[in-house]
Write a protein that binds this ligand. Structure first.
Ligand code: GLY
Ligand code: MN
Ligand code: MN
Length: 470
């Protein structure tokens, strides 16, 4: 006998009667609800400036930018939705499945935002649609509320197919993949590059968002320090990770990237996001964590803390070498200098430190040559990056401009040298094996030099010990 055909029904929904009686029972006697669109003060004006900047770079070009959809976690569950950064930069809208269309008009671009409005009383979807029905998702902003808050024409996503059909075939696509658009337009490198280039210098509003993200991150590090005894007692690395993430969710949107907490022999692993080890007295704990603000700008800060409040002599020595490289690299962050200047300086001082420890068996000059790079065994990563809506911001601009364009006031970058001595690295003296140190700060280029936005966290060992004592 042939098996009966399998039909899938979304188990979240239960069949509802498709009758006038039921529709009447649901349609009326609902009081008013709050459908305010949540948009931070100044965000709409910032997005308007960003659209004008991008439009000026690409006159005559039609642009389509999508916010994206929540990613599937497993089966029919999804990760929390986080909109595409380019879409957010151009709209300040955080809605899912939304699409911005920018069409060239006289001297500028006209912008229209398409988004799925919530379904309120009076339509069956109110109770039947788990994605848009307000009995499922709660009262949400509609088209009029979004339009007023974003100062932008907003239309229903139901009108998107017609709008797309009316666009020229050579429109350019950016942002997240969007099933309603598919691959009907090209996604050229020029557009990705233009977006990255336009973000190299942050405006005052963006800098204020980054300051908020960094300040919340400093608070998160404080919360983590308060929990070190509990981590040593029972909770381990994961207790500290969860402490930071609770703080980030409470005071921001969440974390801007996967939190790294590595204690003891885990500290030298660059991306120790498993965070499943213990925290023991006598170890250093490397914590690389950033709060993403509610406007989605993120911080990215690392400190390497003594679990019990005091560095051992070996840890202190390694920390001092990283701190020197960090300080020297920071001094390179100013207008006219380049990202490459900062990076080369950090590498050179790290190589010098390795030489002083007797670990680097070649000269610093040889290590710094393009074919040598022996110090990179102990520092496999870069030493910083631009920071913004993306933790690794402006990354699609291409190496040449990223590394060699002079830094301009308003650029925000991280400086993050480190030394990572794996527990099984036989080139390292036994007393230094299993020590990993990174110091990472978020730095604003100012007209006369720089401002370390994360300076509330001390970066030298004595300062960190004093700060931990409170
Ligand atoms: N944790 C990511 C970074 O520091 O770049
Ligand atoms: Mn970083
Ligand atoms: Mn980091």
């Amino acid at each position: 006998m042939r098996p009966a055909p399998f039909t899938f029904r979304d188990p979240r929904t239960q069949p509802l009667p498709d009758t006038d009686e039921f529709r009447r029972a649901l349609a009326s006697d609902w009081g008013p609800v709050d459908r305010t669109a949540t948009v931070a003060p100044g965000a709409a004006a910032a997005a308007a400036r960003h659209r004008a900047d991008l439009g000026a770079e690409l006159p005559g070009r039609t642009l389509v930018i999508a916010s994206g959809r929540a990613k599937v976690r497993a089966n029919d569950t999804e990760f929390d939705f986080r909109p595409d950064s380019d879409f957010v930069w151009l709209t300040s809208c955080l809605a899912e499945a939304a699409v911005l269309i920018m069409r060239p008009a006289a001297g500028a671009h006209d912008a229209v935002l398409y988004l799925p409005e919530p379904i309120g009383p009076g339509t069956p979807g109110f109770s039947a649609d788990p994605l848009r029905g307000e009995l499922w998702i709660g009262p949400a902003a509609g088209l009029a509320e979004w339009s007023a808050a974003l100062d932008l024409p907003v239309r229903s996503i139901d009108e998107l197919p017609g709008a797309l059909d009316a666009l020229p075939a050579d429109a350019w696509l950016a942002g997240a993949d969007e099933p309603a658009i598919g691959d009907r337009f090209v996604r050229p490198a020029e557009l990705a590059i233009a977006l990255s280039a336009a973000k190299l210098v942050k405006d005052d509003w963006e800098i204020a968002q980054l300051r908020d993200a960094v300040d919340a991150t400093v608070g998160g590090f404080r919360a983590v320090v308060a929990e070190l005894p509990a981590a040593m007692d029972f909770g381990g690395e994961r207790w500290l990770q969860a402490t930071f993430e609770r703080h980030a969710r409470t005071f921001g949107n969440g974390v801007g990237y996967s939190t790294i907490v590595g204690s003891g022999a885990h500290a030298p692993t660059l991306h120790w996001t498993r965070c499943d080890g213990p925290v023991r007295a006598g170890e250093v704990v490397l914590i690389d964590a950033g709060v993403e603000a509610r406007t989605l700008y993120t911080a990215d800060v690392t400190r390497t803390l003594p679990a019990d409040g005091t560095y051992t002599p070996a840890q202190r020595e390694v920390h001092a070498l990283v701190e020197r490289a960090h300080r020297e690299a920071l001094a390179q962050v100013r207008p006219g200098k380049t990202f490459r200047d900062m990076r080369s300086t950090a590498y050179e001082w790290i190589a010098t430190g390795l030489h002083e420890l007797g670990i680097l068996r070649v000269s610093v000059d040889e290590a710094m040559s393009p074919t040598g790079q022996q110090h990179r065994r102990y520092l496999p990563s870069g030493t910083g990056h631009h920071l913004g809506l993306d933790v690794h911001d402006c990354a699609r601009i291409g190496d040449e401009r990223y590394l060699d364009d002079p830094l301009r006031p308003g650029a925000v970058l991280t400086v993050e040298p480190g030394l990572y001595f794996q527990a099984n690295d036989l080139t390292v003296p036994p007393e230094l094996r299993g020590i990993g140190v990174r110091i990472e700060d978020d730095v604003l280029v100012t007209p006369s030099g720089n401002e370390v936005l994360s300076a509330a966290l001390p970066s030298d060992a004595a300062g960190i010990e004093a700060w931990m004592r409170g």
